[in-house]
Design a protein around this ligand. Structure first.
Ligand SMILES: CC(C)(COP(=O)(O)OP(=O)(O)OC[C@H]1O[C@@H](n2cnc3c(N)ncnc32)[C@H](O)[C@@H]1OP(=O)(O)O)[C@@H](O)C(=O)NCCC(=O)NCCS
Length: 276
């Protein structure tokens, strides 16, 4: 597996797209029932952005916002802000390299709703930043209905974001997720209900948040930290620290610098200094 560097150059993105199309041609031969669909959304798309736009708009469109309206809007967003497509390529590589059940990039592109939800959010966020909040909210609502993932369009995401399984992930308005973060199903990055304004968590680079965890309040989850499944985290977490439980407590360090990349579920308690 070759990971794409985070500074995804446009050439690398189009190399990635060529390799995806190569896989799609093979799939179309092997599974004739899906050949027409693969042709429509991959083989007839000359660029990654166009293919992604077709795949996303087919999923998100409805009678109010049909594909003929939505696809040009998505392409406009991607054309205006090249970061959207560079991040989309890094996210795709994250879904491929971090998921042992994913054999190639095309599988993630076509079948992983966590990937789709993050890309729909990137478009909604562009609408939000360009003073089209009503449209952004409509996209959030559709993303939530279609993917079961509810991301406020104002939330800020870096590159290389992996939402594994993704069902039930909720991300609040003032949350930020930095580069190279992995989040599993049923995680909430929410408010405590007691704060207003800037009230949601800040997730630093390299963090892994395991299934079912609730991270609440305007707290910082430090670089390379790891949150165990079903934890309720209410306080800042130091970098490279593993937190588990309800309420969450630090129980160790992390084996890797960026647990999000290796998805390693073990933790290092021997070298851990709890500070007491
Ligand atoms: C319970 C809640 C309202 C906090 O209430 P609070 O009275 O202000 O509680 P505090 O933050 O002062 O914490 C009091 C104690 O309860 C613990 N605690 C707080 N929330 C807890 C929770 N959800 N589960 C377990 N323990 C919790 C704290 O660790 C603290 O323990 P300590 O005294 O031993 O340190 C809040 O944490 C909560 O769960 N809000 C719901 C938020 C939510 O559902 N958000 C989703 C938005 S999408």
């Amino acid at each position: 597996m070759t990971a794409i560097p985070l500074d995804v150059a446009n050439d690398s993105v189009q190399d990635l797209w060529r390799s995806i199309r190569f896989t799609a041609r093979d799939w179309a031969r092997r599974e004739p029932v899906l050949a027409g669909w693969l042709t429509h959304c991959v083989l007839e798309a000359s660029t990654f952005e166009y293919g992604l736009g077709v795949i996303l708009s087919d999923k998100v469109a409805d009678s109010v916002l049909p594909v003929r309206t939505l696809l040009p809007l998505m392409l406009q967003a991607m054309d205006d802000d090249p970061e959207i497509i560079a991040a989309a390529a890094a996210d795709l590589d994250a879904h491929y390299t971090r998921n042992p059940a994913c054999g190639d990039h095309l599988t993630a592109l076509l079948f992983f709703k966590g990937y789709h939800a993050v890309q729909a959010h990137r478009i909604a966020h562009w609408f939000w930043r360009h003073n089209r909040q009503i449209l952004a909210n409509y996209m959030q609502s559709r993303g939530s209905e279609v993917f079961g993932v509810d991301i406020h369009p104002a939330a800020r995401f870096g590159r290389g974001i992996f939402f594994d399984h993704a069902t039930g992930i909720v991300v609040g308005e003032t949350a930020t997720i930095d580069d190279d973060v992995s989040i599993l199903q049923n995680v909430t990055l929410g408010g405590t209900g007691k704060e207003s304004g800037d009230r949601h968590p800040k997730i630093r680079s390299g963090v892994m948040i395991s299934a079912g965890s609730k991270v609440l309040g305007n707290i910082v989850i430090g670089e390379g930290a790891k949150i165990g499944a079903n934890s309720v985290v209410l306080n800042d977490v130091d970098p490279h620290t593993t937190v588990v439980g309800v309420p969450g407590k630090a129980v160790g360090g992390t084996v890797d610098d960026k647990p999000s990349l290796t998805m390693d579920q073990s933790f290092d308690c021997e070298s851990f200094d709890p500070g007491i």
